[in-house]
Design a protein around this ligand. Structure first.
Ligand code: ADP
Ligand code: 5GP
Length: 189
């Protein structure tokens, strides 16, 4: 039996990276998939662990060669999910976790209708902005762009996602996600 696909999406500043890190430490029955991106690594990010960091030319070649299950342009950079790796793990009966944006999630839902989509939201726009500033490294222009994009992302989360969680208390959000994954996963992996 094939494994199950779980997708997590959240507007920037929600706490997605923090949550994902915690899930990776805690969950044994799910394999996180490392995406490819053309954006530059942030301080502390490691090649092959956080992302596969590639040039725009290399990414475009990969698109042409059909290497992505889905790809999208997010905040001016390309991001894509490697197809071969996802299918290999699913065939081995493993559950996979994709942490991708709402455009990518919609493509996955079309390709794999029984994928479980989990949307995470910040408690408020004000708190989202505060968390973005806390993380540092974003210009005013980037913060404005991300807050603006969040309105559309929010609509998609409400319309199409199987679950929506508000990331107020980090620990409780992580526990809720773990419960969803546990309840819906293919357990023999
Ligand atoms: P994202 O990946 O969604 O942009 P991050 O995981 O980088 O967000 O988190 C942005 C900031 O918010 C970080 O400083 C993180 O420690 C903080 N944060 C994450 N979750 C919470 C929470 N539940 N309560 C308060 N701060 C949080
Ligand atoms: P960041 O640059 O902050 O790591 O990610 C920016 C956005 O790109 C986030 O919403 C993240 O979930 C999304 N993202 C990361 N990897 C992928 C991917 O492979 N495909 C798509 N569509 N989005 C991705």
């Amino acid at each position: 039996m094939n494994g199950k696909v779980f997708v997590i999406s959240a507007p920037s500043g929600t706490g997605k990276t923090t949550i994902e890190k915690k899930l990776k430490e805690d969950l044994k029955n799910i394999e996180p998939i490392v995406s490819f991106t053309t954006r530059k690594p942030r301080p502390g990010e490691k090649e092959g662990k956080d992302y596969h960091f590639v040039s725009k030319e290399k990414f475009e070649k990969m698109i042409k060669e059909g290497e992505f299950l889905e790809w999208a342009e997010v905040y001016g950079n390309y991001y894509g999910t490697p197809k071969k790796e996802v299918f290999k793990k699913l065939k081995q009966g493993k559950n996979v976790l994709l942490t991708i944006d709402t455009q990518g999630a919609m493509k996955i839902k079309n390709l794999i209708p029984d994928a479980i989509l989990i949307g995470i939201l910040p408690p408020s726009l004000k708190e989202q902005e505060r968390r973005m500033r806390k993380r540092k490294g974003l210009s005013e222009e980037e913060i404005r762009k991300r807050l603006n994009a969040a309105k559309e992302e929010r609509k998609i989360l409400f319309k199409f996602y199987d679950f929506r969680l508000i990331n107020k208390d980090l620990k409780s959000t992580v526990e809720k996600i773990k419960k969803i994954i546990y309840n819906f996963s293919h357990q023999s992996s």
